[in-house]
Design a protein around this ligand. Structure first.
Ligand code: ZN
Ligand code: ZN
Length: 389
């Protein structure tokens, strides 16, 4: 038996400009065959003046469509070539129009993904005839909190020109996370992307940003460490060096900003990198903004990073599995040790694998509040929390 899992349809070159075309004019003529002419004949019987007006209108529609059809590729090229000169100006305008948020609206973090690289449920668990994984079996159910995609958050904060959306990481499943949560939370623009490190579950979705830069905004600023930018030059060479792209092809328009382990600003918001080890000799960045510290991929926190975590109120921290750490990630026991050391007011764990049953682990963590006063819990995809910046 052969099962088709998907089909590929070749798109005509100019079809990508279809949304720009006026509906119901020349297209209607083709689809309805001689129908408009039949109407013309009927009309002419009633009034020769009406015939003249009708045919003139048809001609204007046809000419208008023809003009748009052939000039749109050049208009798009002109727009893209000018966009670097318009940095900030258009982003500001588009954000303010599209977000349409009240200036009094509060900052928040939306968890777009809280799971490991392969996602939860694991396919191998679902196809296992013995069905030995209760977490993956539950994760299939719609709305179940064990369903987790690649670790990523969206930071929303008000600015004089409207709400700004800062994305941290766009991994392999970014499209699916965005598909699930952007419409749900009324999100439109991506005003910046900050990269923690260059593993596939953090940068694998950069290509999907093309939908934003083609249809929502002219470009997206990316903030990335030099070592990760070097990786992107190989994994996403055509996004870094756009000279290799066939003219007219529409890929993500990204503006790369190299960050070091020093504070930097995004939309007037100060972001402080939190350098951590993500396996021996491999550096990843957490980020602090306001009272929030976000560390999604860590196996060790260097001593020099702890002062940057001082007085952290909300800590979002890597916790891969319930029993032990791996070579690249904190397990729950080690993550709890770090919480006791950093002493945030509230902690949300992220990056959980399929051994972390949401309800079971949260019940265990709730007891720590009673015994130790620790406010710790697991995050989940789609969770939104207010933050103070
Ligand atoms: Zn599983
Ligand atoms: Zn990683």
């Amino acid at each position: 038996m052969v099962q088709f899992l998907g089909t590929v349809r070749v798109t005509p070159a100019l079809a990508s400009f279809a949304p720009y075309r006026r509906q119901g004019s020349s297209f209607l003529l083709q689809r309805n065959g001689l129908f408009p002419f039949k109407r013309i004949i009927q009309a002419s019987l009633q009034s020769s003046m009406f015939l003249l007006a009708y045919t003139t209108k048809l001609f204007i529609w046809w000419f208008h469509d023809l003009l748009i059809y052939f000039t749109m590729p050049f208009t798009k090229l002109l727009w893209l070539s000018m966009s670097p000169l318009l940095t900030g100006v258009f982003i500001t305008d588009i954000s303010s129009n599209a977000s349409a948020q009240s200036p009094t609206e509060k900052s928040e973090i939306i968890f777009l993904g809280t799971g490991t690289s392969e996602g939860i449920p694991r396919l191998s668990c679902l196809t296992n005839p013995l069905k030995t994984c209760p977490v993956c079996s539950k994760a299939v159910e719609p709305g179940n909190k064990n369903r987790r995609l690649n670790t990523s958050i969206l930071l929303r904060h008000p600015s004089p020109s409207g709400m700004r959306n800062i994305l941290i990481d766009a991994g392999k499943f970014f499209y699916h996370s965005a598909l699930r949560w952007f419409p749900e939370f009324g999100l439109r623009t991506i005003d910046a992307v900050i990269i923690t490190h260059s593993h596939a579950d953090a940068i694998g979705g950069l290509d999907d940003l093309r939908d934003w830069t083609n249809n929502v905004q002219p470009h997206i600023p990316i903030f990335v460490a030099p070592r990760d930018f070097e990786v992107m030059k190989k994994t996403h060479y055509y996004l870094v060096d756009t000279s290799v792209i066939i003219p007219g092809a529409a890929v993500s328009e990204l503006q790369f900003n190299i960050i070091n382990e020093e504070p930097f600003f995004v939309n007037e918001l100060k972001i402080t990198p939190l350098p951590v080890w993500h396996g021996p000799g491999y550096r990843s960045l957490g980020f602090r903004f306001g009272n929030v510290c976000y560390i999604s991929d860590a196996s060790e926190i260097p001593e020099e990073t702890y002062p940057l975590l001082k007085d952290c109120e909300i800590l979002i921290l890597d916790a891969l599995r319930p029993d032990r750490s791996s070579s690249t990630h904190f397990g729950l026991p080690r993550a709890l040790e770090e919480v006791r050391k950093i002493k945030p007011k509230r902690t949300l764990f992220t990056g959980m694998m399929h051994l972390m049953d949401h309800d079971v682990v949260n019940a265990y963590l709730a007891k720590l509040k009673e015994t130790e006063g620790l406010d710790v819990e697991l995050s989940y995809d789609g969770l939104s929390i207010p933050v103070r910046l």
